[in-house]
Design a binder for this molecule. Structure first.
Ligand code: C2O
Length: 547
């Protein structure tokens, strides 16, 4: 294994989409940002230099960061932000992972333009467990705002109202031909007939889960969140923000000059706070003038599930299975040391005095886990933990069970107010954890893609309605459940996950719809050191930013 060096200059750049030119925040002037390529076992060193006014941090989403929590990146959780003129070097090793992940800014809504692919190749000489692709292509979904997204969220948090939605979804930064003033900004995938392509799909969109499909082509899912899966075919992929999905695309034996539309649009279970539009790109078969051409065939469009097709979502996610073979075993915890039951959902909180709130009935929108709307501290939790100075920064009384149980999928009770707090759950090193997350009906049932930092987890069960601890565990899959870092808690349902707390540090967990994170659907796990040297959080790097 080797060390790979990258330099990220955070700088502004004027970019035009939909005929609107805006100064956006970029890495090295690129949008989307540069890709990080490494092999399993490599060390990655990224020097981030902040040249702009806004504070910034970068998160290596899905990288396990074994003992290197200081490099994880969420602002005020593992580090203070990198301020204007400052430099911070992220230094981590990729242990036991190969596949596609993503990096993105992890402060406020800066992820909207600061994101890129992380491509982890297998160790030299180790083949993929599927046919070697002819070519590998990153396909990154995002969102474009004509307005300044930082102003959009600042306004929403101040007025307590729902924020404006984006103006377009994008594929590799391009909205595509279905939007006004966007034809030139279309992603084109030029392919040869009879070949296998590996599409490394990443959803970096701020606030939307997406359905994706390519007209007249079937996709074979082979990997999610840098974990190989049992291959399965699907015409449509569901991908939530924070998730990655590798698919094989086999091109047709002969189709010179033919063009097919690929398209993505939301899977939206919320109350209308989404943009019902479609981003599209083109799959173009190469063509030589001497061969008969299909150039004039009408463009075929894919059919996508309807916007709120939760049945499709449940069916698709239910098909995902770890490869779970001798080479790539699924190390599912078979016993449980610590059990937790968390409600996740939206709600409201009272409008603060001296403020005019435009949320429902004059309240402010809030979101919570077990009725705690997580408030970011003013210094980093990890530092407070490492120095043994948690007092005044966070408390460790995060509830293990819902404090006010009710029928989570029925009519919600009247008082849905949440309380603010900076609370964490403390876990002993190497505890095996079972966590059931239950969607609640407050403000409507809505799917929440929950992301856990520092770990992969196994999705051992999911279902609709209220989780029933007397019946549901009997149906858990402890043999080959899918292993990943982000999974949608189903709208009106629950999901059960298990993970081994074998990584010391402070680990953020939150909904990957940024508006929900901003409203407080987030919390932190503190995993204590183990007795052995390789079970301890390493000391912080000397350039760790100060608050
Ligand atoms: Cu991809 Cu905490 O985020």
């Amino acid at each position: 294994s080797i060390t790979r060096h990258y330099k990220f200059d955070i700088q502004r750049k004027n970019v035009t989409r939909l005929c609107h030119t805006r100064s956006i925040v970029t890495v090295n002037g690129k949008f989307p940002g540069p890709k990080i390529v490494a092999r399993e076992g490599d060390r990655v060193i990224v020097k981030v230099i902040n040249h702009i006014k806004n504070n910034v941090t970068i998160h290596w989403h899905g990288v396990r960061q074994i003992q290197t929590g200081w490099a994880d990146g969420p602002a005020y959780i593992t580090q203070c932000p990198i301020q204007r003129g400052q430099t911070y070097v992220y230094n981590f090793t990729i242990v036991g992972q190969r596949g596609t992940l993503l990096w993105h800014a992890h402060i406020s809504w800066m992820r909207v333009t600061l994101y890129g692919a992380i491509i982890i190749l297998p160790k030299r000489g180790v083949p993929y467990p599927f046919p070697k692709p002819y070519k590998e292509i990153p396909v990154i979904f995002g969102e474009w705002f004509n307005a300044d997204p930082e102003a959009v969220i600042a306004q929403a948090l101040q007025t307590g109202a729902g924020p404006n939605v984006s103006d377009a979804y994008t594929i590799n930064g391009l909205p595509g031909p279905l939007y006004n003033c966007s034809k030139v900004d279309t992603f084109k995938l030029k392919v040869k007939p009879g070949k296998t392509y590996l599409l490394r799909m990443i959803n970096a969109a701020l606030n939307d889960e997406l359905f994706f499909s390519i007209a007249n082509h079937t996709l074979t899912v082979v990997e999610v969140d840098a974990i190989y899966t049992k291959p399965f075919n699907s015409d449509t992929i569901l991908i939530t923000p924070g998730q990655t999905t590798n698919v094989l695309l086999r091109t047709k034996p002969s189709f010179p000059g033919a063009t097919f539309l690929m398209a993505a649009r939301p899977y939206a279970t919320g109350l209308g706070t989404f943009d019902n539009t479609t981003t599209a790109g083109l799959l173009e078969y190469k063509y030589t003038p001497s061969t008969p051409s299909n150039k004039n065939l009408p463009l075929s469009k894919p059919t996508l599930p309807s916007l709120n097709d939760t049945a499709f979502a449940a069916n698709f996610t239910g098909k995902l299975r770890s490869l779970a073979n001798a080479q790539f075993p699924a190390n599912v915890p078979q016993t449980v040391d610590k059990r937790f039951y968390f409600t996740v959902g939206l709600g409201t909180s009272p409008c603060p005095k001296n403020q005019t709130c435009q949320g429902p009935n004059g309240t402010k929108f809030a979101a919570s886990v077990n009725n705690i709307s997580f408030a970011l501290p003013s210094t980093a939790l990890l530092q407070a933990h490492f120095l043994g100075q948690s007092k005044g920064v966070y408390t460790t009384d995060f509830p293990s069970n819902p404090p006010f149980p009710f029928n989570y999928t029925g009519t919600p009770p009247n008082n849905t107010f949440v309380t603010n707090g900076t609370k964490a759950v403390v876990l002993p090193f190497n505890a095996s954890v079972e966590l059931v997350m239950q969607d609640t009906s407050i403000q409507g049932n809505e799917s929440h893609p929950l992301h856990l930092h520092g770990f992969n987890f196994f999705v051992v069960g999911q279902g609709f309605g209220n989780y029933d601890p007397s019946k549901d565990p009997a149906k858990f899959n402890l043999a080959d459940p899918i292993e990943r870092n982000t999974f949608g808690v189903p709208a009106g349902g629950w999901v059960a996950i298990r993970f081994q707390a074998d990584n010391p540090g402070v680990w953020f967990m939150h909904c990957h719809l940024d508006v929900h994170t901003s409203w407080g659907l987030r919390m932190a796990w503190v995993v204590n050191d183990g007795p052995l040297p390789n079970q301890k959080l390493l000391p912080p790097p000397s350039d760790l930013p100060k608050c």
